[in-house]
Design a protein around this ligand. Sequence first.
Ligand code: IDP
Ligand code: MG
Length: 153
Amino acid sequence: MSTERTFIAIKPDGVQRGLVGPILSRFENRGYKLVAIKLMTPGKAHLEKHYADLAGKPFFPGLIEYMNSGPICAMVWEGRDAVKTGRVLLGATNPLASAPGTIRGDFAIDVGRNVCHGSDSVENAEKEIALWFKPEDLVSYKSAAFDWVYEKA
Ligand code: IDP
Ligand code: MG
């Protein structure tokens, strides 16, 4: 386990349904540190790049249309094991298979409206952070809660 950064996004349905605060709180409450946040509508080409691995899937055009349908709240969260634990906080891709207590398990029903995105590996997190943010968007600071969240640095 190590200090990692993960790319988390609140998708257009999450933003429109007023879930920015509740979703963000899950990460804050757990002890992760917010290092970048931006509300944006990046456009089709950017979204196709973000989901390039899924370009061959039958749901790809619908996925791009969904992601392009409104503003997205893009974030970077930092902390121990942030990538894997971020995925646990999100829940399963299909919200019907997500445990209650997870974001998708509490706020979503359809896989095509599953309110949030989270990087699935450290390597992909780095790629996604580079796609969505400029290096100077990532703020460097020590969280006041750090020594209360972690036993050892
Ligand atoms: P993930 O978001 O949990 O990492 P991926 O397999 O990477 O899941 O798929 C990316 C996104 O594509 C999902 O979050 C979901 O919005 C959408 N998606 C995945 N599978 C389906 C499907 O079978 N139908 C419609 N949309 C899907
Ligand atoms: Mg994925």
